[in-house]
Design a protein around this ligand. Structure first.
Ligand SMILES: Cc1cc2nc3c(=O)[nH]c(=O)nc-3n(C[C@H](O)[C@H](O)[C@H](O)COP(=O)(O)OP(=O)(O)OC[C@H]3O[C@@H](n4cnc5c(N)ncnc54)[C@H](O)[C@@H]3O)c2cc1C
Length: 402
């Protein structure tokens, strides 16, 4: 293993201390490894994000994160281009809303408390594989580590430098935060709003926070030709937003999972490990192709990467490639089904909206995915059965009108 006289060699160096990096750093420090986390920003920092956590995050995060939850969501108002709204509520929480400055800062400080050394306002400028480790250069210095985790988000420098050739589908998004100075009652206490059809192949959202509404539009399949026009249109159509002045939205790319971005010619090699470097979170394009959820997968991939690094630290016969296998089994299988669902929903948004408003048991089943009682894979099988039964019902209804 890498040894350099008179130079500290960290067990792991984490580039980027968003949810993916901070979670990995926390797990590794807690297990006794030496960890250096570098972030170019000073936390708490603003991050363009809806901040919606599906409630299944409860299965992977310790309870204390609830201290930064701003709003608990029990139901969703669905609409189609501002029309035909319907709401469906659940008896248990389906999502938690956070502001990313507070949430990410909370995770970073948690890692620090268990021993991670964290340097903020320090930008990584290059990284290089050594025969048995990694060298990282920043705007302030040079560091060495046995393993590197690239957790530096959608525009990952680690991915560009150590994983050349990785392709991604980067979707356009725009978001604005409306300060309303009071507990949000719109779209209804304990509710979020999703408008499928507001964008050509994605959706628009209103996510309530403590004293503001996060409003945004995102595309999940093609490119938004004119995101600003679509955003303005959504704000105009959405009558509930009329009382407020909506600040200019900010854009950020969404590196959505796509089968095409996997290593060419070898679908099994997902390209998340190269030598002693691993990619997690947005840097690994772990964004759900149905609704663009990324925070859950950032946290989970950070944990899976940490598990793999720890098992290699304890047993040299183990390989970091175990991490790729875990992502393939736990995340990619889910994303494949989500991609299939996305292609149906975003090809026929109006029809899907109508069907869902009529057959709300399918929406309830989807809530079970958010809560973690179902996976996308089990949902798909059961929803297909429900859809077939519904189609039969519709057909019989149509025939009785003859
Ligand atoms: C408009 C929009 C809305 C979204 N809404 C949701 C949502 O409601 N729910 C959801 O689950 N997901 C949502 N997402 C996705 C979510 O924001 C990401 O999946 C999530 O932030 C990924 O976390 P991460 O830790 O991988 O990366 P990030 O959160 O991007 O963190 C990366 C960190 O790396 C640091 N960094 C970058 N480059 C360097 C460098 N060279 N040197 C040092 N540090 C560096 C950055 O400062 C940053 O702190 C949304 C995304 C967008 C764009």
């Amino acid at each position: 293993m890498l040894t350099l006289p008179d130079v500290k060699v960290y067990d792991t160096l984490v580039v980027g201390m968003g949810p993916a990096g901070a979670t990995a750093a926390y797990q590794l420090s807690k297990a006794g490894l030496s960890v250096l986390g570098l972030d170019k920003a000073t936390h708490p920092r603003y991050k363009v994000c809806g901040g919606g956590l599906s409630a299944r995050i409860d299965h992977i995060l310790e309870e204390d994160y609830k201290s930064v939850v701003e709003h608990t969501v029990y139901g969703i108002q669905f609409s189609y281009r501002g029309t035909d709204p319907f709401c469906l509520d659940s008896s248990s929480p389906i999502a938690y809303m956070v502001m990313r400055d507070r949430f990410d800062h909370f995770l970073l400080e948690k890692a620090r408390r268990v021993g991670s050394e964290v340097h903020e306002s320090e930008s990584v400028t290059s990284c290089r594989q050594l025969p048995d480790g990694i060298e990282v250069t920043t705007d302030r210095g040079r560091y060495f580590a046995k393993v590197l985790i690239g957790a530096d988000g959608a525009n990952s420098l680690v991915a560009q430098q150590l994983f050349p050739g990785r392709r991604s589908r980067r979707m356009a998004t725009l978001e604005s935060e409306i300060p309303i100075g009071a507990v949000p009652h719109y779209p209804g206490a304990g509710r979020a709003l999703i408008d499928i059809g507001a964008t050509p192949a994605g959706y628009a959202w209103i996510f309530p926070k403590q004293e503001r509404l996060s409003v945004g539009v995102g595309d999940l399949r093609g490119g938004l030709a004119s995101p600003k026009r679509i955003f303005d249109q959504f704000v105009r159509d959405e009558k509930g937003l009329a009382p407020w002045k909506v600040p200019q939205p900010v854009g950020h790319p969404l590196p959505v999972f796509s089968e095409d971005s996997l290593a060419k010619g070898d679908r099994e090699s997902v390209g998340l490990v190269s030598g002693q470097a691993l990619l997690v979170g947005d840097a690994a394009h772990l964004i759900d192709p149905l609704f663009g959820e990324g925070i859950y997968y950032a946290v989970r991939s950070g944990q899976l990467a940490a598990e793999s690094i720890l098992s290699q630290a304890h047993d040299r016969r183990r390989s970091l490639a175990d991490y790729e296998g875990a992502v393939r089994r736990e995340i990619y299988e889910e994303f494949r089904v989500a991609a299939r669902m996305a292609s149906i929903v975003y090809s026929y948004p109006r029809l899907c909206h109508r069907l869902l408003s009529r057959y709300q048991n399918i929406v309830k089943l989807y809530y079970d995915v958010l809560i973690g009682r179902e996976t996308y894979q089990t949902f798909y099988v059961r929803a297909k059965g429900m859809a077939k039964a519904s189609a039969k019902e519709l057909l019989l209804e149509a025939m009785s009108f003859r």
